[in-house]
Design a binder for this molecule. Sequence first.
Ligand SMILES: *Cc1c(COP(=O)(O)O)cnc(C)c1O
Length: 219
Amino acid sequence: MSLSLIAARIAAAESAAGRVAGSVRLIAVSKVQPLERVQAVLDQGHRVFGENYVQEALGKWPAVRDRYGAVDVHMIGPLQTNKAKVAVELFDAIHTVDRPSLAEKLAKLAQARGTSPQMFIQVNTGLEPQKAGILPDAADDFIAACRAMDLPLQGLMCIPPEGEETAPHFRMLAELAARNGLSGLSMGMSSDFEAAIAHGATHIRVGSAIFGARDYAAQ
Ligand SMILES: *Cc1c(COP(=O)(O)O)cnc(C)c1O
């Protein structure tokens, strides 16, 4: 699907939800996509991308930035603590702060650098044992702890369980954010970004609808 078609669908969803035009940021999720597809989207003027793997992002974005200038790259995959240093140097935002040890490491690195990516806390709204994210019951305390470390929190992020209705998860994340005075909501993917916008998403993460299916075998 073309980028302009996605942009039109975002605009329609913003309008239907009574939201300000342009209030939703589109993160084009480029993980595992061949560089030609990424370049095609860059050539259309898009400058906000999402990646899941530090190593892959490191192999891609410094060269792209040399060529295209400033590009916002958001980390949306699980982040190992031993990759935190590279991550704060490479990414403009990290959507997957999900545990105290990682938050502490990121806060220390940010302090030392004097600057920091924007941070989102990932919430495991579906209570899935295999999935990353702080449990909803622990979110208020974790948010307070991150604030006490001066971590620059932009908002919350979730990935609803596969095959489940997404609306209750989007609603839960929006309530958690509102209760804690956080304005950012990173939620919604190719199959459900319009529903996420209806529930207040400020950052949608759209991959396959923009780039086509991911070919993991070609990696
Ligand atoms: C891969 C991924 C996406 C994009 O998924 P699509 O269904 O291709 O839009 C969004 N968010 C996260 C966290 C992802 O890992």
